[in-house]
Structures are given as structure tokens and as C-alpha cells.
Design a binder for this molecule. Structure first.
Ligand code: CU
Length: 158
């Protein structure tokens, strides 16, 4: 019986993973356990091309907790921007170089290695860049948003 239940749970999990990415984790207050292989990566319209996002908990546009992973390629730049809510960044792998200010300045960043944490207060302008592929985890409470200091940096307006 136990084997059957395990097989059923696996099949159910696989089905939802394929059909609706992370939907099983959304809008519920259930126990969630997610491994790196369970993540479904998608493009991020609000970030410069090349980044991928995996939503673990959300959705981000509602007034509820969210947890997402962002994967940045090597030599990636995020222009100065802010968010309406507090941002918690945890570096999972690689190195995320991050700083605060109104313009991306690689000399004004701190190299956050895997295991590092940054907490950015609402409406504080900040920026980041990578030298190699880097994965960070963001968590906070939505509704989320990204406002670029220079509107022409916003890929949604291109
Ligand atoms: Cu940010």
C-alpha cells in the first residue's frame, strides 16, 4: 500500500509539474517541498533578456507571499531599479554583485557568493551584475513590481 501511495504521489506530482508549472504550489497554504529538479524555468519580461525565473510560491502580482528563483547568465547586467515591497535576495549559486544607487556602477557593488543574503527596502534603487551564471532566490510579499530609474532600461517598453 505504501508503495502504491508513493507511486501515485509521484505520478500526480509529475502531472502537475508538466501541465501547470508550479500551480500546485500557488494559492494554497499547504506544505511545499521543492527540489532543484522540480523547478520550471521561464523568461522574465521585466528583466533584460537572458534571465530565467522559476516560481516556487506565488503568484507575485497578488498580496501574498512569494518565493522565486532567478537564473542570470554570465556577464549579465541589471540596470538600477526599485520594487514597491521589501526584497530578500539569497544567493544559491554563483556570485551576484549588487549595489545601491541610481546608476549601475560595477565598482560600487559587493560580491555576494553562494549563501549570501541581501535585503533591499522598498523604493531603494539598486543594481547588479554577474561574471558567471548565478542563481538567486527572491522572497517577499506581493504585489511585486519592477520600476527602472531610467525608463528606457525597461525591456517591457522596448
Ligand atoms: Cu531588485
Amino acid at each position: 500500500m505504501k508503495a502504491f501511495q508513493a507511486a501515485f504521489a509521484t505520478a500526480t506530482f509529475a502531472f502537475f509539474s508538466l501541465a501547470t508549472p508550479a500551480a500546485w504550489a500557488q494559492g494554497r497554504s499547504e506544505h511545499v517541498m521543492v527540489g532543484p529538479k522540480d523547478l520550471t524555468w521561464a523568461d522574465v519580461p521585466s528583466l533584460p533578456a537572458g534571465a530565467k525565473i522559476a516560481v516556487i510560491e506565488g503568484p507575485m502580482n497578488e498580496a501574498k507571499p512569494f518565493t522565486v528563483r532567478l537564473k542570470f547568465p554570465a556577464n549579465y547586467k541589471i540596470p538600477a531599479h526599485s520594487h514597491p515591497a521589501i526584497e530578500h535576495v539569497t544567493v544559491i549559486s554563483g556570485t551576484f554583485n549588487m549595489g545601491t544607487g541610481d546608476k549601475l556602477d560595477p565598482k560600487q557593488t559587493k560580491a555576494l557568493s553562494a549563501g549570501s543574503v541581501a535585503i533591499v527596502q522598498p523604493k531603494i534603487n539598486h543594481f547588479g551584475w554577474t561574471k558567471r551564471e548565478t542563481i538567486v532566490q527572491l522572497h517577499g510579499v506581493g504585489p511585486w513590481g519592477v520600476t527602472y530609474v531610467n525608463p528606457s532600461d525597461d525591456p517591457r517598453k522596448k
